[in-house]
Design a protein. Structure first.
Length: 312
């Protein structure tokens, strides 16, 4: 009796095990899709994005700054008559004298990522004399005779606004080189003065010599030529470290048979705290409207020194 009961229990256990294995469901990935049903491919999760490198901004690319500079050009501009002249006498004069220096001022502030809006201006002037002019000269409202002692004076002024737009590389991240396109508007003016101080202003009787209007005679001829012009160019900068930077810029524009202007500079700069010392060279060329009665032209350039103060 006991043996038959044990055999019955053993049979129930084996049957239950076989029935459980038969009814156990396979895992989802092992199930077979019904016939005619497309299976979805297994998609792996995308890898995490690479870490984003920090965008490093150098001096001049944040905050604002101010600067002054001085340079020492020795070249002499020229004065001449243009195509609009109605007289036949010559007017060509090389302006005399050498300026002690040309002073400049500048400022700017950051505009967006690595872009800059800059303002700059400079002024230079000189005076000198020609002991004896070789021929008749018609200069502004005056006519000077051969052999006259001629005094000359000139003043060149220029002001410019420049948008320096980062062109390469982008994104900058931690790169040290910058290439920028320069979009500029420049104002240029030159004032010239001529005089014959050794010509008599009184007659043999000691009376003032009067002009046709009844005023004391004057031999001074004075006039100004100016123009506003766009400029386009390129600028580069290389930051070799936290304290040393190399910079170079060149831009210009010409209206054929009208006016021309270009300028260029290059400098090595040393920054300590908020202050930066600058050493380099610069050049400036201009020509006023040649279709006018008179025009001026010249190219000046020299070494320069400067200092800048950065807000950040």
């Amino acid at each position: 009796m006991k043996s038959s009961t044990g055999i019955l229990c053993l049979g129930l256990m084996v049957g239950g095990t076989l029935w459980g294995q038969a009814t156990k469901q396979p895992p989802p990935e092992d199930r077979q899709a019904p016939p005619g049903t497309a299976t979805r491919p297994k998609i792996d999760a995308p890898p995490p994005p690479p870490p984003k490198l920090p965008d490093v901004r150098q001096q001049g690319e944040t905050g604002w700054w101010l600067g002054v500079n001085a340079w020492f050009p020795t070249q002499k501009p020229e004065f001449d008559k243009g195509h609009g002249a109605t007289f036949t006498e010559p007017s060509h004069v090389v302006m005399q004298g050498k300026p002690k220096y040309a002073w400049g001022a500048e400022g700017g502030f950051a505009v967006g990522l690595h872009n800059t809006l800059r303002f700059s201006a400079f002024d230079t002037h000189a005076s000198g004399n020609i002991q004896s002019i070789p021929t008749t000269l018609h200069l502004w409202s005056q006519t000077y005779d051969p052999g006259d002692y001629l005094a000359t004076n000139y003043r060149i002024q220029s002001a410019k606004i420049s948008f320096d737009y980062l062109t390469w590389p982008y994104p900058v991240e931690s790169r040290r080189f910058r290439l920028k396109t320069l979009w500029q508007v420049q104002y240029t003016s030159i004032r010239t003065v001529f005089d014959a101080p050794k010509k008599p202003i009184i007659d043999a009787n000691g009376n003032l010599i009067l002009d046709s209007a009844g005023n004391p005679i004057s031999y001074a001829g004075i006039g100004t030529r100016w123009f506003v012009s766009p400029q386009f160019g390129l600028g580069t900068a290389y930051y070799s470290g936290r304290h040393v930077r190399f910079e170079a810029n060149a831009a210009g524009w010409t209206f054929p048979h009208r006016n021309t202007v270009w300028d260029a500079d290059a400098s090595l700069n040393f920054k300590y705290g908020h202050m930066e010392l600058r050493f380099g060279g610069k050049a400036f060329h201009f020509k006023t409207n040649t279709q006018a009665e008179y025009f001026n032209k010249g190219t000046i350039g020299s070494a320069f020194v400067g200092v800048r103060w950065y807000s950040q």
